[in-house]
Write a protein that binds this ligand. Structure first.
Ligand SMILES: *Cc1c(COP(=O)(O)O)cnc(C)c1O
Length: 875
């Protein structure tokens, strides 16, 4: 019989279990092991089959089971403890309370990201960028920062990976059921769905807003999958990194423009905006538009305000990694902004171009983000240097080392990536603050006091857990694709819980060279099947982007290789790498392997997760590892060389990898004392814990973002908005005058007290005559720029020192002087330069104007300054 009506009937939570809902709705549980234990206890099988989703569990669990736990005193007590912990966490005074002096009123930092990797049951991330963004939110909550996340909610998220019998990656797109996920629909005062709209060519696209509560921090996600959007507009939030270039622009419009409108609709007024990668850079256009219409500002005035309060973090070390859009498409989708701003076609497109009058180049989201930010950073020291070079074209007159792009090295959220038993071990020996303690905290000395036996036994149990979990996952994967019984049996026999286990898990992009270790079959076989019984196994995981055929070929090559060589029990590929698999692997492997082509790995974070679990890293000196204490906490592959010839590089580095495994890693691991403990190995584990945990956790990272970025950006923005935006107007006015008159500045005579010979530290007096034209002395900074001379005759590693303004001569020229000295011997030199200066300018580099003395045209005078207005300055 066909029903005339259907209902979705969910279990009734007995009143005494009401707190379970409160616990499930705040994903704080993801990094509170005690609450995870509680959900497991509720129904261990359902916990796994729901993909660790407590909301789904509560809507599908049997009523009988609920009644049973409601009468279980032990369960109720455990639940009460979990609620107490959550409530205390939400209320405790924070790092922010203690460290932020004079916050602006209702201070709020908006953090925009295309993806967020918070927990397994919210699959709206693809990899490292997303997991980093997730850790950013969790840590902002830990530190009590007034931060809100902004992103998109994808109906299908990123794909789930499985392999066909041939080892070829297949993609599945499970539909996300938002109502059974830790999401709350935002509503307006009347209780209706809160909605925003964004203008697309010829139509409006609407979105509703979902909130994920991340401890104290809300993450708001936009969802276009609603009426009255046309089906193709509903699809804007279909898949992460799924569509063509039009889809990409449409998604980025929704993220940037929709995100700003959403914050407005939520009545939030962020004092700083952080762009995590360039995807959200259109937000600057919308902010400027709003400032212009609401505050009656000009484009340039509004831009000053937007820029002062925006921060941009770049994550890619290669131009190919940057979003570039064809200019006509940008104009098609966003041309109405040009009209609103009163900018010509070319002036508008120049916002996303490195060189202003270049009318050919694509529109770069990274360039737009940089031009609209007053703080820009890369994600490791090495990546900062690479970024200064990559974007140096925006400051063609600055030496590369002065390009104003700094670095804040990534980190990972300790409570999310360290296994439960290991956290308990650290809690016991180091105290509960180890997860955020800085490197100088004396608690790190206590790492050495943890008995070797205890660390080792704990680690061995993590390894066993990994092996069991991998077998289970493989078994299910074989079963799902209809594999034979024999195959299913074999899946349950892979790996050995007692042997040296090397982990490699990351996106299968070719530059990461997942198959480097397969280069020499016989040598690898000898390592794996070690004739002295010192065997080695590999656990490998990762997804290739659906369109990345070479990436998929790498996966297939590994599968074919292990089958052909009969090594499929010792070299195992785990399908569908996600946050959950990552957590098993970074805690249960013994060594974490990483061999990207330097400097392609901007930072890398999985190695940090491994280190916090006590794993030594075995890695090419790239990203974060380049700045770690790599010989104490692991092994470096190579010594940071750059190669021209990739084939040769692979040969050299594969050889280095084999040698390290044969001569260092394997012997150290198997060198056991009478109790079976590898003392030397455990010493390396302890060094990894002690040195890498404080250096590479997100507590350190977020404190840097706050003190260097958020506080200053909020204050800068606030200052420009004071007194009805008077400072913004003044700055904009000054800047247009500056651009107008800059070309008339010239550098006149330079008077020196010495000719060609100087001794180390001997004072040299320098006086310079500068013709400022219509500009005032207060508008500029005159700098003496000194350094050594390299073999090409260029100044190297120059140091700039401000010269002191001494007054003006009747001819209108201004005099500056300085006493300097050289602390190094050898061939040294100097130059002079003029930079703009204004009290509201975020930095002297912000206008991108610099005037250098022209070596071919400058006049040097040895001796006295002829200056009527100066008695005798300088020489
Ligand atoms: C940590 C993590 C990553 C990033 O790893 P990298 O070392 O930066 O490549 C990717 N995916 C998942 C699921 C992770 O947990």
């Amino acid at each position: 019989m066909r029903p005339i009506r259907t209902f979705n009937v969910t279990p009734t939570l007995p009143p005494s279990l009401a707190p379970l809902k409160q616990l499930a709705e705040n994903i704080h549980w993801d990094w509170d092991g005690g609450t995870i234990d509680l959900f497991k206890r509720l129904d261990p099988e359902l916990w796994v089959s729901s993909r660790y989703n407590p909301i789904l569990m509560l809507s599908t669990i049997s009523q009988d089971r609920l009644q049973a736990v409601a009468e279980d005193g032990g369960f109720i007590a455990q639940m009460s403890h979990a609620v107490e912990r959550l409530e205390q966490y939400l209320q405790e005074t924070s790092w922010y309370d203690a460290n932020r002096q004079q916050p602006t009123e209702n201070e709020c930092y908006a953090y925009f990201s295309m993806e967020f990797g918070l927990t397994t049951c919210l699959p709206v991330y693809s990899g490292g960028l997303g997991v980093l963004a997730g850790d950013h939110l969790k840590t902002a909550s830990d530190l009590g920062l007034p931060l809100v996340g902004v992103g998109l909610l994808y109906q299908e998220g990123y794909f789930a990976q499985y392999l066909n019998a041939d080892g070829w990656q297949q993609e599945r797109y499970p539909i996300n059921d938002f109502y059974n996920m830790p999401l709350t629909l935002e509503r307006d005062a009347q209780g209706n769905e809160l909605r925003i709209s964004v203008d697309y060519p010829g139509r409006k696209v609407y979105a509703r807003v979902w909130r994920v509560q991340v401890g104290r921090v809300p993450l708001y996600l936009l969802d276009t999958n609603i009426e009255p959007n046309a089906p193709e507009d509903q699809d804007i939030c279909d898949r992460l990194y799924g569509g063509d270039i039009d889809m990409r622009i449409q998604q980025e419009m929704m993220l940037g423009i929709g995100g700003v409108r959403m914050l407005q609709a939520l009545a939030l007024k962020p004092s700083a905006y952080h762009l995590n990668e360039g995807h959200s850079a259109f937000l600057a256009l919308e902010r400027i538009r709003i400032l212009m219409s609401d505050q009656n500002l000009s484009f340039s005035e509004a831009q000053q305000v937007a820029k002062a309060s925006q921060l941009f973090t770049t994550h890619t070390p290669v131009p190919a990694g940057i979003d570039l859009f064809p200019p006509h498409k940008v104009f098609h989708y966003l041309g109405h902004y040009a009209a609103h701003f009163g900018l010509s076609h070319e002036h508008f497109l120049a916002l996303g171009r490195e060189v202003d009058n270049d009318n050919e180049s694509s529109f770069s989201m990274a360039v737009l983000a940089i031009k609209m930010a007053s703080f820009v950073n890369g994600v490791s020291k090495l990546h900062g240097a690479v970024s200064r070079k990559m974007f140096g074209g925006l400051w063609p007159h600055l030496p590369v080392n002065e390009v104003p792009i700094t670095s804040i090295t990534n980190g990972v959220h300790a409570r999310s990536c360290v296994s439960r038993s290991t956290q308990e071990l650290y809690d016991r020996y180091l105290g509960p603050t180890w997860d955020s303690a800085d490197a100088n905290d004396p608690l790190w000395d206590k790492v050495n006091a943890i008995p070797d036996e205890e660390i080792w036994r704990n680690h061995e149990s993590c390894r066993s857990h990994l092996v069991m979990s991998v077998r289970d996952r493989l078994y299910k994967a074989v079963k799902e694709r209809g594999g034979s019984h024999l195959e299913m049996e074999r899946a349950q026999e892979v790996l050995d819980p007692s042997i040296l286990t090397i982990g490699f898990a990351r996106r299968f992009a070719t530059y990461k060279r997942a198959t480097l270790f397969l280069r020499d079959v016989e040598r690898l076989r000898k390592i794996v099947e070690n004739s002295l019984g010192r065997r080695v196994q590999f656990v490998i995981a990762g997804k290739a982007h659906p369109k990345d055929i070479p990436g998929k070929e790498l996966i297939r090559n590994i599968i074919h290789f292990t089958r052909d060589e009969g090594l499929d029990r010792s070299i195992v590929f785990v399908p569908n790498y996600d946050i959950h698999v990552a957590r098993w692997m970074v805690s249960g492997c013994d060594v974490w392997l990483n061999n990207p082509r330097r400097p392609r790995e901007a930072s890398g974070t999985s190695g940090m997760k491994a280190a916090m679990n006590g794993l030594p890293n075995l890695s090419v000196l790239d990203g974060w590892w380049d700045e770690a204490d790599y010989s104490k906490t692991g092994w470096p592959i190579g010594s940071g060389e750059d190669y021209e010839d990739q084939e040769y590089q692979d040969e050299v580095e594969a050889n280095d990898l084999y040698e390290l495994l044969e001569n260092e890693v394997v012997p150290l691991f198997y060198d056991r004392n009478d109790h079976g403990i590898p003392r030397g190995w455990v010493a390396k584990m302890k060094a990894a814990i002690r040195l890498n945990t404080p250096a590479f956790n997100t507590a350190r990272m977020l404190q840097e973002y706050a003190t260097l970025g958020y506080f200053a950006a909020s204050d800068r923005g606030q200052r420009l908005m004071a007194e009805g935006y008077a400072p913004a107007k003044a700055l904009s006015n000054w800047q247009s005058e500056l651009h107008h008159h800059w070309q008339h500045i010239s550098i006149g005579e330079i008077y020196l007290s010495h000719d060609m010979e100087l001794q180390v530290n001997e004072p040299l007096q320098v006086t310079a005559r500068i013709h400022l034209g219509h500009l005032q002395a207060s508008d500029v900074l005159v700098e003496f720029y000194q350094g050594g001379i390299d073999i090409d005759g260029e100044l190297q590693g120059g140091q700039a020192t401000s010269m002191v303004y001494r007054g003006q001569d009747p001819d209108g020229s201004s005099l500056y002087n300085l006493n300097v000295a050289y602390s190094h011997s050898g061939l040294q030199g100097f130059s002079l330069r003029v930079l703009p200066q204004h009290e509201h300018l975020s930095s002297p580099y912000a206008t991108r104007l610099v005037l250098w003395a022209d070596p071919d045209n400058v006049r040097i005078v040895i001796g006295h300054v002829e200056s009527p207005s100066l008695a005798q300055v300088g020489a």
